[in-house]
Write a protein that binds this ligand. Structure first.
Ligand code: FBP
Length: 323
């Protein structure tokens, strides 16, 4: 089986970018080990602290963030980093060519129940004219991403990665500690009969979401004339992995729960990298009104509504938001 580095070399990926991807993955391998230790490693449970999102931090959120942060700040290719667990931009090397934004531990609510969790990351070019500590470094649209990926800590540890062309899957071989290529070209089926949304929020949804989901739930007797099934992992990394593997549509729409924060998922280190992976696998990623990759973030922790997956189904869903 082909290893990660020769696979990326065959894509003529820039050597420095390749080395940086290796740094990110070295952190993820350590996180994978800590996750697999669970209670034995004392990594379960919460801290008493809250992050800038107002969320109580899990011990593993902090451990994963610290691991990735220290490895990336030591990599001379890095100009600056941004993380879900860091209030603001963290400067690294003034002459670093790259920026890295990441969600160190996605699906935090699954940690204590041994559920699927993961690390999501994106790599952008550093803006030469700006200093390393200028938050405007990350005000770049998703079309500027040089690489995007996630590592899923599940029964096996899997890496899903794109460096601009294909979306590929690799599996961590624990015997020699390296990622081996297990799917050379991920393709999301155009159509699907599987949707993914937190139904518990339905009374807070805006009309377009209510109408769209209601039409799915009507199944064969409704306008869709076919039955739809539902899945919800409560971890975007797990839900998107299922969508990339067998198709589907994943939604985290805006709702009325908190008018100050109508959307939940973060653009820079959740929606943007996932959108690049899905689009490069032939799927579609939208807010309902525009492609997620066309948005330029105006803040490190900006939130956006998310609809992504099988392109025919996402297109159909977007009609409900544009009409
Ligand atoms: P974090 O765990 O990184 O904060 O991510 C947010 C998230 O857990 C997503 O992974 C997931 O899709 C969503 O929140 C689950 O939300 P809910 O708790 O409303 O089901």
């Amino acid at each position: 089986m082909q290893r990660l580095i020769p696979t990326l070399r065959s894509d003529q990926v820039d050597l420095e970018l390749l080395m940086l991807i290796r740094t990110v993955l070295a952190g993820c391998k350590e996180i994978s080990f800590r996750v697999s230790q669970g209670a034995l490693g004392g990594v379960l449970g919460s801290t008493l602290d809250e992050n800038i999102q107002g969320e109580q931090q899990k011990k593993l959120d902090v451990i994963a963030n610290q691991l990735l942060k220290s490895m990336l700040l030591n990599d001379t290719n890095v100009r600056a980093i941004a993380s879900e667990e860091e209030d603001s931009i963290v400067a690294a090397h003034e002459d670093g060519k790259y920026l890295v934004a990441f969600d160190p531990l996605d699906g935090s609510s699954n940690i204590d129940i041994n559920g699927q969790i993961g690390t999501i990351f994106t790599i952008l070019p550093a803006i030469k004219e700006l200093s390393a500590d200028d938050p405007k470094q990350f005000e770049q649209s998703g079309r500027n991403q040089l690489a995007a990926g996630y590592v899923l800590y599940g029964p096996s540890t899997m890496l899903v990665l794109t460096t601009g062309s294909k979306t590929r899957c690799f599996t961590l071989d624990r015997t020699h500690g390296g990622f081996l290529l297990t799917n050379d070209e991920v393709r999301v089926p155009l159509q699907t009969q599987e949707f993914s949304i937190n139904m518990a929020n339905s009374r807070f949804w805006f009309e377009p979401t209510k109408f769209y989901i209601n039409d799915l739930l009507q199944g064969e007797s409704g306008i869709r004339k076919k039955r739809f099934n539902m899945r919800w992992n409560a971890a975007m990394v797990g839900d998107i992995h299922r969508v990339l593997t067998r198709g589907g549509i994943f939604l985290y729409p805006e709702d009325k729960r908190d008018p100050a924060k109508p959307a939940k998922l973060r653009l820079l280190y959740e929606a943007m990298p996932m959108a690049m992976l899905v689009e490069n696998a032939g799927g579609k990623a939208s807010t309902g009104l525009q492609d997620i990759l066309d948005i330029t973030p105006d803040g490190l922790h900006q939130r956006v509504p998310v609809i992504m997956g099988s392109s025919d189904e996402v297109e159909r869903c977007c009609y409900y938001y544009t009409d």
